[in-house]
Structures are given as structure tokens and as C-alpha cells.
Design a protein around this ligand. Structure first.
Ligand code: HEM
Length: 205
């Protein structure tokens, strides 16, 4: 129980830090890196949609994963769920538009593009599941969706780590465009399998 609380607290802290960073670079011109500046110049709509959509998705999603909040205030959970879906739609569609121009070229572009498709896809499947009242499937798809949202955190942990390890940006960045999300998805799958094995719930999908 204590370990779970600590893990959730750490995840929420990192999620809110990335959300704060994205909001800060959207609103304060002086905080923008050359890459961010270029994105705002070339694709302003995508930049706004991605940074603000991503920030809302990662912050709201952290709260949505809290079991106590979910059980105690189901109406709030439903409203925050709608906000999360709209934010992922904005952030994900913008990411699709931005991915082809990703720094370092085609491998990074494909990595971010595939992430955007999976992000939008898992979230859409979660919405379809809840519309059809398949609660367990909804929860599972949302867990996958949020594991992908957290790519924004893992990317920002791996990038400085690769620099500290002395790996050149040209090598590290394309690899991280994949590594920031594929292991997250595998970890979510492992969590779901462990949970299903424990509860022995009958699966519909
Ligand atoms: C999960 C799906 C996501 C995809 C596919 C994605 C894709 C991208 C792409 C392609 C770029 C441009 C990189 C470049 O030009 O090299 C980018 C940058 C960025 N993204 Fe995302 N992103 C995702 C999630 C998020 C989330 C949830 C946030 C949270 C706020 C976020 C915040 C940012 C920020 C702040 C940048 C600017 C670069 C930087 O300062 O680090 N992204 N993203």
C-alpha cells in the first residue's frame, strides 16, 4: 500500500512538472528553446494544441488514475475523463502534424508518429468501451492510454541520461523516440495481466 502510494505520488509529481513546463513554454516567450521557438514559427496551431493539450492530458490523467478520487467522486471522474479525451485528441492530432518534422529525421519521425497513432487509438477504444458500458475494458484502455501519455515524462528522463552517458544527440534522439513509449506500453500490459490473473475477471476483449 505504502509502495503504491509512493509510486503514484512520484508519477503525479513528474506528470505535473512536465505539464508545468509545457504551459510555461507556451505562455512565456523567453523560456522557449530554439526547437520550441521553431515549432511556434512553423506550426503555431500544432504547437499550441500539442503543448496545452498534452499538459492538460498528463495532469488530469494523473488524477484519474487515483483510485480513491475515482471511487469517492464518480461525477468528477466522468467530467475529468471528458477533459482528458479532448486534451488527448488536441495533443495527439497536433503531434501527428509535428512528427514528420521531428529533429534528427525519419526514425524519430516514425517513432513519434506511431506513438501519436497509438495514443489516439487507445483513447478512442477507451471511449468506445465506456459508451458500450464495458467498464473493465474502459479501465484497461485508459491505463494503456495514460502509459503512453507518460512518454512525455520518460522522454525527458532518458534525454539527460543519454547526455550524461555521453551518447550523441543524433544517435540518442531517434532511439528515445521509440524507447520513451514502447516499454511504457509493455509495463501497462504486464500490470493488466497481473491484475487480471489476480482478480480472475472474465475478459471480453
Ligand atoms: C504521447 C504522445 C506524444 C507524441 C506523439 C508527441 C510528439 C511530439 C513531437 C513530434 C514533438 C516535436 C519533437 C521534435 O521536433 O523533435 C514534441 C515536442 C514536445 N512535446 Fe510532445 N508528444 C506527445 C506527448 C506529449 C505530452 C503528454 C506532453 C505534455 C505536456 C508533451 C509536450 C511536448 C513539449 C513541451 C515539446 C517541445 C519539446 C521540448 O521542449 O521538450 N508531449 N512532442
Amino acid at each position: 500500500m505504502l509502495v503504491r502510494r509512493f509510486a503514484w505520488g512520484l508519477m503525479a509529481l513528474l506528470a505535473f512538472a512536465v505539464a508545468g513546463y509545457a504551459i510555461a513554454i507556451s505562455l512565456v516567450d523567453d523560456l522557449r528553446t530554439p526547437l520550441v521557438r521553431q515549432l511556434f514559427e512553423l506550426q503555431p496551431w500544432s504547437a499550441w494544441g500539442h503543448f496545452l493539450g498534452g499538459a492538460v492530458a498528463i495532469a488530469v490523467g494523473a488524477l484519474q488514475t487515483h483510485t480513491m478520487l475515482r471511487n469517492r467522486w464518480p461525477a468528477l471522474h466522468r467530467w475529468m475523463g471528458r477533459v482528458y479525451v479532448v486534451a488527448v485528441a488536441a495533443g495527439g492530432l497536433a503531434a501527428l502534424a509535428m512528427a514528420p518534422q521531428a529533429s534528427t529525421g525519419v526514425v524519430a519521425a516514425l517513432g513519434f508518429g506511431a506513438l501519436a497513432v497509438c495514443w489516439l487509438g487507445t483513447t478512442a477504444l477507451a471511449v468506445i468501451a465506456i459508451r458500450q458500458r464495458r467498464i473493465a475494458d474502459h479501465r484497461d484502455w485508459m491505463l494503456r492510454s495514460y502509459a503512453l501519455t507518460l512518454a512525455a515524462v520518460t522522454l525527458r528522463l532518458y534525454l539527460p541520461a543519454s547526455q550524461i552517458a555521453g551518447i550523441s544527440f543524433l544517435i540518442a534522439y531517434p532511439a528515445i523516440a521509440w524507447l520513451c513509449w514502447v516499454p511504457n506500453l509493455l509495463a501497462a500490459e504486464w500490470m493488466l495481466r497481473t491484475r487480471h490473473a489476480r482478480t480472475m475477471l472474465p475478459r471480453t476483449a
